[in-house]
Design a protein. Structure first.
Length: 168
């Protein structure tokens, strides 16, 4: 069947491609197929995979999907970041970008923002820009940059999912 065929193709998707797709929407798969494969793929990345922006109520019966859904913004933020957040309070993404930090520091400082300080549009443009400059950034950059970028994509994914729910 076509369904099994497309799921076989999905097995070739790496976690990096999944993360990139959340921002760039560049995987040619049906959302239902992606979400059906998500629990399997998540095993490769310690059970964490951004799916909130793809999720809809109609997919709630997909096995294992509930475990991947983020129900709380603060769950994305590590204890370390929460501690650092108090030490380095930030205003918003635009102000951080004006400081011309290096990419690693920039991404870290954006992660220090509280949920209500983040503009979904600005974050989307920021992430789009990163992938437009280097589409393989999750493959070729050093691990601290990859970690920071994945965290920002999870934040983006969460906010986009929330926005989608609100506008339905």
């Amino acid at each position: 069947t076509t369904e099994t065929l497309s799921l076989t193709g999905l097995k070739g998707i790496s976690p990096d491609q999944w993360y990139k797709n959340i921002v760039m929407n560049d995987l040619e798969y049906d959302v239902k197929d992606l979400l059906t494969y998500a629990p399997e793929l998540a095993k490769q990345v310690s059970g964490k995979l951004p799916i909130n922006s793809l999720y809809q109520e109609s997919f709630k019966n997909i096995e294992g999907i509930d475990k991947l859904l983020m129900n709380n913004f603060e769950d994305i933020i590590s204890k370390t970041i929460k501690k650092e957040r108090q030490r380095h309070p930030q205003d918003n993404i635009k102000k951080i970008l004006e400081m011309n930090y290096d990419l690693e520091k920039e991404m870290l400082y954006i992660a220090y923002l509280q949920k209500e300080q983040i503009s979904l549009n600005t974050l989307e443009k920021y992430l789009n820009n990163i992938f437009s400059q280097e589409s393989e950034i999750l493959k070729i950059s050093k691990s601290s940059i990859r970690t920071n970028l994945r965290r920002l994509i999870r934040i983006y994914d969460y906010l986009k999912g929330e926005y989608k729910k609100a506008s339905n």
